[in-house]
Ligand binder design. Structure first.
Ligand code: SF4
Ligand code: MSK
Length: 656
C-alpha cells in the first residue's frame, strides 16, 4: 500500500497538480533520497579529512581515537550551534533595524509599541523618564547589539528566568556570556582534537542553546514587537484558498518580519494597485508561508497559505506571481518549480541567494522603495499566467496570542497575571500545558503527528501553545477557531471560556518560542506551582522536526527545565550513552530532558505521564477528568463562536 503523504486534503489535491506538471516537491524527493543510515544515527564524523570516520561494525574509535560518545556529542552540539546562530543572527538584524529607526535612517518603519519599548528598556536597566521614544530605542538597540559582542559577564535576559533557574545555570557554568562568544566557542570545542569529553561538550551545547532562547530569539521577539506591534487577537484565514484568481499573488516566505511588514504596507499603496490594474489584475494579494507568514499573520491578519512542505505546491497552483524569500527553511527546489511556470522567486537577503532566482536586496534605509520594486516585479508576471489551480480550501482562525495578551486576559491592564491559570492547574481543572511546535519533515506523514497530538492534548485538559509550522498545521485544520472549544476537556473548556481564550493559542513564529519561556517563568514565579520552570506540569513537543533551529529550541527548553520530546527520529540514536546523557543525564543537571519518540501516541502518553508526575510532586489536587462536568453548552453562535468573536470580543485592546 502507498504510504500516506499528508493529512491535509488541500495538499493531496495540489500534489496531483504538481505531479501532472512535472514539478518536483519534497514529498517526491523525500522518497528518492533516503537518509544515510550511518549519518542518521549520528555515527559519522567528518570533522577532519582523515575521515569521514564511519562507526560501523567493529569500529569503535575514529582515526584520531575519538570515541563514539565524543563524535555523537560533537555532531549534536554543532547542530545546536547552527540553530542558535540562525535565530540569533535574525535577532541581530532586528536590533540593527531598531537602531536605524532610532537614528531616523529607516523611513517607513516606526516604533509601534511604546509600552513594549519601555518594558524592554526596563529589563535592560535603561532610563525611560522624560526621554523620547527614539532616545530610549537608541539605547535599547545599542544594548541589544552589545549582547552579541559581549565577552564576559552574563546575558542580560537571564535575569528574566526564575531565581532558582539562574542559580542552576551558574552552578553548572552554562550561564552564557555573550551570544557570538558561546556559538564560536561551540564551533571551537567541536573542532578536531579539542573538547573530547562528551559530557563537557554537551554542557556547552546547553549553554549555546541558552544564547538562542534567552538571547537572540528573545531579543528578536521583543524588538519585532516594538517595531511592528505586540500581537493581539486578530481574525484571518489559511490554506491554498487564500490565493486569488483575479489578483497578483505574492507569497512572502522565510523568517524576518521587516521585509514582510513593508510588503504588507506597500501592497495597499494606490500606485501599486493602479499598476496591478494596468496589467489586468484587481490588486495585489499578499499571503504568507512558514514563519514570515506567521509574523504577519499574528500582527496583521495576513492569510497564511501553508507550512514548510508546501512551498513548491503554492507555486504549482500557477497563481503565484512571486515568492519573496529572506532566509531559513527556503527549499532550493522552489526555483526549479518556478522555472516551469511564470513565478519569479525573489531573494532579498545578502546572506541567502539562490542560483536562478532574481535578487533584489532589502535595505532598511530604502524599505518602501524596495518593497514597491519587488511588488512591481511580481505584477509584471501577471499577464504571463497560464493554467491556474487554486484548491477550494480556506480555513478561518484567530491568532495573535502574545504572552502579554494572555497575561492581560487574566486580569486586565492593571492586574495582569497568570494567577487564574495557576489556580486552574492547582485545582485540576487544567491538567497542564504543552508547547507543540516545530517543523514538518519529508520523512513523516505531513501534519499528522502535529494535528493528532494537539487534539489529544486539549481533549485531556492540557492547554496548548503553538508556534512555527505546527501553528500553521493547526490553522489549516481548523484548530485555531473558537469552535474547537467543544473538543477540549471539561475543565480546560470551562477555564478557557471564563478567560475568553481558545484552548490552542498561536504564539507566533519559531523565534517566538521565546514567548513560551516568558510564560513559563511567569507561571513559575506566580506561586502555587513550585519555584522553577522544572516544577511546572508542562511538556514541550516537536513532532515533525527537521532543522538545526528545532534542536536548538529543544535544547534551550531542556536547559530551562522542560521535558521535551521530539518525533521523527534521534540524531544520536547510534550511541546509547549519549542518549542517556541528554535524557537522564540532563535531567539530573537541569531538570529537563530530551527524548526522541517516533510514534505520536507514545509522545502523548509520555507527555501526559510527565504532567501527572509533576502534579504529584507539587502535591496539588490529583487530576480527575470526571470531576468537572462540561460547563460548555457551546453551540455555534454562542458566547465563544466565530460570529461573536468577529464582532470584537477578542479586541479588547490588551497588551498596548
Ligand atoms: Fe575521524 Fe577524528 Fe577526523 Fe572525526 S576528527 S573525522 S573521528 S579522525
Ligand atoms: S519555518 S524551522 S520549518 S517550524 Fe520557522 Fe517551520 Fe521549522 Fe522552519
Amino acid at each position: 500500500m502507498e504510504k500516506k503523504e499528508t493529512v491535509d486534503p488541500a495538499v493531496v489535491d495540489m500534489l496531483e497538480v504538481a505531479r501532472s506538471q512535472g514539478i518536483s516537491t519534497p514529498f517526491d524527493r523525500g522518497r528518492a533520497v533516503k537518509p544515510c543510515p550511518i549519518g542518521q544515527e549520528g555515527n559519522c564524523c567528518r570533522q577532519c579529512f582523515m575521515g569521514p570516520c564511519r562507526f560501523v561494525g567493529k569500529v569503535e574509535v575514529g582515526v584520531c581515537g575519538a570515541t563514539r560518545e565524543t563524535i555523537q556529542a560533537r555532531n549534536l552540539a554543532r547542530m545546536i550551534a547552527g540553530g542558535a546562530a540562525s535565530h540569533s543572527d535574525h535577532g541581530r538584524n532586528m536590533a540593527f533595524t531598531l537602531l536605524a529607526v532610532a537614528e531616523g535612517k529607516a523611513p517607513g518603519f516606526e516604533i509601534k509599541d511604546e509600552r513594549k519599548l519601555k518594558r524592554v528598556a526596563g529589563f535592560m536597566g535603561i532610563e525611560t523618564k522624560e526621554r523620547t521614544n527614539n532616545e530610549i530605542a537608541l539605547d535599547v538597540a545599542k544594548t541589544a547589539l552589545g549582547e552579541w559582542g559581549k565577552q564576559t559577564g552574563e546575558l542580560i535576559y537571564l535575569k528574566r528566568a526564575p531565581a532558582k533557574r539562574q542559580a542552576i545555570w551558574r552552578k553548572l557554568g552554562i550561564a552564557p556570556r555573550g551570544i557570538d562568544r558561546e556559538i564560536v566557542e561551540c564551533m571551537h570545542r567541536t573542532h578536531m582534537g579539542t573538547d573530547q569529553d562528551a559530557e563537557n561538550i554537551l554542557n556547552h551545547a546547553l549553554c549555546t542553546s541558552l544564547v538562542d532562547g534567552w538571547g537572540g530569539s528573545m531579543l528578536a521577539t521583543d524588538i519585532s514587537d516594538i517595531l511592528f506591534g505586540t500581537p493581539v487577537p486578530v481574525a484571518a484565514t489559511s490554506n491554498f484558498g487564500a490565493l486569488k484568481q483575479d489578483e497578483v499573488n505574492v507569497v512572502v516566505h522565510g523568517h524576518e518580519p521587516t521585509l514582510a511588514e513593508m510588503l504588507v504596507i506597500e501592497s495597499t499603496n494606490p500606485e501599486v494597485i493602479a499598476y496591478a490594474q494596468s496589467k489586468g489584475a484587481k490588486g495585489v494579494n499578499l499571503v504568507g508561508m512558514c514563519c514570515s507568514g506567521n509574523e504577519i499573520l499574528a500582527r496583521r491578519g495576513v492569510p497564511i497559505v501553508g507550512n514548510f512542505m508546501q512551498q513548491e505546491l503554492a507555486i504549482a497552483s500557477g497563481a503565484v506571481e512571486a515568492m519573496v524569500v529572506d532566509y531559513q527553511c527556503i527549499m532550493q527546489g522552489i526555483v526549479e518549480a518556478a522555472s516551469k511556470l511564470h513565478t519569479r522567486v525573489i531573494t532579498t537577503s545578502r546572506k541567502a541567494k539562490i542560483t536562478g532566482a532574481t535578487h533584489i536586496e532589502f535595505e532598511d534605509e530604502k524599505g518602501p522603495e524596495i518593497a514597491r520594486l519587488i511588488l512591481r516585479t511580481a505584477i509584471d508576471q501577471f499577464p504571463n499566467r497560464k493554467d491556474v489551480h487554486i484548491p477550494d480550501y480556506l480555513d478561518r482562525l484567530i491568532v495573535g496570542f502574545s504572552h502579554e495578551y494572555i497575561a492581560y486576559m487574566q486580569g486586565g491592564v492593571y492586574r495582569e497575571s497568570f494567577r487564574p491559570f495557576n489556580d486552574a492547574v492547582m485545582q485540576g481543572r487544567i491538567r497542564g500545558a504543552a508547547g507543540v511546535v516545530g517543523c514538518n519533515n519529508a520523512h513523516s506523514v505531513h501534519d499528522e503527528a502535529h494535528i493528532n497530538l494537539v487534539k489529544e492534548f486539549i481533549k485531556n485538559d492540557v492547554l496548548v501553545v503553538t508556534t512555527g509550522c505546527n501553528a500553521v498545521a493547526c490553522a489549516k485544520h481548523g484548530l485555531l477557531t473558537p469552535e474547537v472549544m467543544r473538543y477540549a476537556g471539561p475543565g480546560l473548556s470551562e477555564i478557557c471560556e471564563t478567560l475568553g481564550i481558545p484552548p490552542i493559542l498561536h504564539l507566533g513564529s519559531c523565534v517566538d518560542n521565546s514567548r513560551i519561556l516568558t510564560i513559563l517563568s511567569q507561571c513559575a514565579t506566580e506561586g502555587g506551582l513550585g519555584e522553577d520552570i522544572s516544577d511546572l506540569p508542562v511538556v514541550g513537543v516537536a513532532p515533525e522536526w527537521m532543522s538545526e533551529k528545532a534542536l536548538s529550541i529543544g535544547a534551550y527548553f531542556v536547559a530551562s527545565g522542560v521535558y521535551t520530546i521530539f518525533g521523527v527520529g534521534s540524531p544520536v540514536e547510534g550511541c546509547q550513552p549519549t542518549v542517556e546523557m541528554i535524557s537522564k543525564g540532563w535531567e539530573e543537571k537541569v531538570g529537563g530532558k530530551l527524548e526522541f519518540e517516533t510514534d505520536w501516541r507514545k509522545m502523548l502518553e509520555k507527555g501526559l505521564a510527565h504532567i501527572d508526575l509533576k502534579r504529584k510532586l507539587l502535591k496539588i489536587e490529583e487530576y480527575n477528568p470526571t470531576k468537572y462536568a462540561k460547563s460548555s453548552n457551546y453551540i455555534p453562535g454562542d458566547a465563544y463562536s466565530w460570529e461573536t468573536l468577529q464582532t470584537g470580543a477578542y479586541s479588547r485592546g490588551g497588551a498596548k
